[in-house]
Design a binder for this molecule. Sequence first.
Ligand SMILES: O=C(O)CCC(=O)C(=O)O
Ligand SMILES: [Fe+2]
Length: 344
Amino acid sequence: MYESANVSDDADRTAFRRAEKKYKLYYEQDSKFSRKKKLPKPIDLSELLDFNLILQNFNEKGLLPDGIRVSKIDSSRVFCLENRPGFYFIPGALSLEEQCKWIKESLTNFPQPPNRTNHNAIYGPITDLFDSAKENKVLVQDDLTNNKWNFCEEDIAKAKHRSCKSVSASLLLRKLRWSTLGLQFDWSKRNYDVSLPHNNIPDALCQLAKTHAAIAMPVGEEFRPEAAIVNYFGLGDTLGGHLDDMEADWSKPIVSMSLGCKAIFLLGGKSKEDLPHAMYLRSGDVVLMAGEARECYHGVPRIFTDEENAEIGALESELSHGSGHFIAEYIKTSRININIRQVF
Ligand SMILES: O=C(O)CCC(=O)C(=O)O
Ligand SMILES: [Fe+2]
């Protein structure tokens, strides 16, 4: 899965790689070394599919761009691409309230053991990362021989653990890149390890995934959410072109929810030589990939964290009213993606 996200093998050679480079965040050469604020290089956004605009044009004028089809499921419009069967885009599928709920869960509960995160490999299982970051705590290595790490107050950490390795919880939260729910994915073996301890995916998330997955399910079958990967993106983070091919039955969709800052999503073809479609993903959008679309390379070359482009004004104010300032501050410069899978 993510090993193929290492795209150094094909340098500039493929259409997919060229699109990634086109949209990735680069800084203006001379701003890097000057004392002025680093300036992002401008990019050409004219070829991006914007499903918000497409939806608006369809609602107001009944117009659709070539190659795009639309259907209505309950109260939502679902868009499809004629040359990518099995791909579905549901703009604004999640209400503001739902977005807030899943952002909060992604930061507080989803990274809790037995769920694993990218930090496991270095620190072992760590609990209460979010609360510890909020309380300015520090993770210190209490037991060198057993590589045991625990959070403690900043001043205690300074006094007691002068000789120990330590890292601030807020840095660890900033560097959180993924957590896994349900059946745990073993990145080193590139497979699901059913022997690892795990909790089921929370019921409310299962229900949400089932509802959206229904659009892409074979007739008469119900989606079984068995595993999920939560991706966390900060400024400059990307997800390289890859396939999700570790699930047994590709006729079942991957249900992918976007939260927080706006992103660019690339949907390529079965070969990296195929020219990818580039599209915006906004907070609340849901994408499904099923059937043939499961064989299509895809990735996220860019997230927008600046106020003008992130498009999270409403989300931010909703969050700062409900869940508190800390989550709103985090999401201002972050994107979270929850993608839910049926493994067997
Ligand atoms: O972040 C996204 O929108 C896509 C995530 C993805 O493709 C994955 O986790 O496999
Ligand atoms: Fe993926």
